[in-house]
Design a protein. Sequence first.
Length: 190
Amino acid sequence: MINASQIRAGMAIRYEGQLYRVLAADYHPGQGKMGGVNHVRLENLSTGAIWEHSLRADLKVAEVPVERQTLEFLYSDEHACFFMHPASYEQTEIPTALIGERAKFLEPGMQVPVEFVEGRPVSVVFPDFVEAKIAETAPPMHGQADSTWKPARLTNGVQVMVPPFVKTGDAIRLSLADLKYMDRAKAKSS
């Protein structure tokens, strides 16, 4: 058991009989006789519901260990993504709804950390940045203001906004958190 003041993002806890993953935690220490409060954003691992709540700092909650394994992405269908443990060849099925929009950035053979709570996969940990190729966009525009961006479709079907100098076939780097263009991908040296 831990105090609610010790809850941090990324943890898994059991609170009121339910299992939650902590998405965010913001601790505010109390003043004088007022006790501190931890404002938490929790995801219910059974229902997927997001819940925001303020917990008293001295409230006891059960911490549940989060196990992280690096798995290899194999393939996906309309409902799930399939991963394999590289040593044991054991396959794990993760619902696409759990991964979200970022599932489109998974490529066969890609190794990603997967977090498990009580033997059940709860999240796929993606890198902060990914490289992607532009499948279709308007031709490059030169002499335009840098503040004008244009839409582009990536090879995986995701729509993003890119600067005017980017052309079809270019490889770019994206921030996966918000799908924002970062820069052109560096050419790989051979």
